[in-house]
Design a protein around this ligand. Structure first.
Ligand SMILES: Cc1cc2nc3c(=O)[nH]c(=O)nc-3n(C[C@H](O)[C@H](O)[C@H](O)COP(=O)(O)O)c2cc1C
Length: 218
């Protein structure tokens, strides 16, 4: 059951030396590729990284978190702001059978076209899409017996760029453009220790309700 997989997944930060096969890595990437997105805009790029030098640079970018350089592989999840351009988004809409008039209508409505609301809203909406793909990839990894951890504590446009030189070096190494924003790094590998999964969560009743926040789910 998918729920069992969800309950058993946990952030794993220590990995064995065992490498993930390319076959499995591809399956994990495919899970992200097939994730849903706003009008199918797919504003993302996923970069699989195994090269140790690149992993070391990304570790530095992520406050020196050791699991970034010790993971078997990383998936760099990039928000591609250019996906919202009239050209790129227009192509997606056209492929769904939306004609020129329909596309122009969409491009004129702020609710549908965040570009009209400014840079921050575009970034916000783009990040929103990427996170679904991240979840899909982590769950696919778990289903293959591969553990993972999300790395969000990294220098980017949404947090802080403390070391512009390092930031530039990483962007160059990954071949990113000015419209690409690294949102998350997923570390992947086989857990060093098979510890039981203990889910520390707020009380179910504190976050889940039925019909209104006055009622709990029985
Ligand atoms: C957006 C986001 C950013 C995170 N950033 C980091 C991080 O930088 N380093 C890390 O070790 N864990 C990070 N985590 C993992 C969380 O700490 C972890 O998911 C949370 O404590 C719940 O534990 P669990 O994943 O084992 O259920 C992040 C998780 C999310 C969703």
């Amino acid at each position: 059951m998918l729920l069992d997989l969800i309950k058993n997944r946990k952030s794993v930060r220590e990995y064995t030396e065992q490498k993930i096969s390319h076959e499995d890595l591809k399956k994990i990437l495919e899970a992200g590729y097939y994730a849903p997105s706003w009008m199918n805009v797919q504003p993302w790029k996923f970069i699989a990284v195994e090269n140790q030098e690149t992993k070391n640079l990304l570790c530095e970018l992520s406050s020196h978190q050791p699991h970034v350089k010790n993971a078997s592989a990383l998936i760099i999840c990039v928000a591609d702001k250019n996906s919202w351009s009239k050209k790129e988004f227009g192509e997606v809409l056209a492929s769904r059978g939306i004609g020129e008039e329909g596309r122009e209508k969409i491009f004129s409505i702020p609710m549908f076209y965040p570009v009209l609301l400014g840079e921050d809203k575009v970034l916000m909406r783009t990040v929103e899409q990427v996170t679904y793909a991240v979840s899909y990839m982590m769950l696919e990894a778990k289903s293959l017996g591969i553990d993972s951890c999300i790395i969000g504590a990294l220098q980017n446009e949404a947090t802080v760029i403390k070391n512009p030189e390092l930031f530039e070096k990483v962007n160059e190494k990954l071949g990113l453009t000015k419209d690409d924003v690294i949102i998350t790094i997923i570390t992947l590998g086989y857990a060093k220790e098979d510890t039981p999964t203990v889910k520390q969560r707020k009380d179910f009743d504190k976050v889940v309700y039925f019909e209104t926040i006055k009622n709990h789910l029985n």
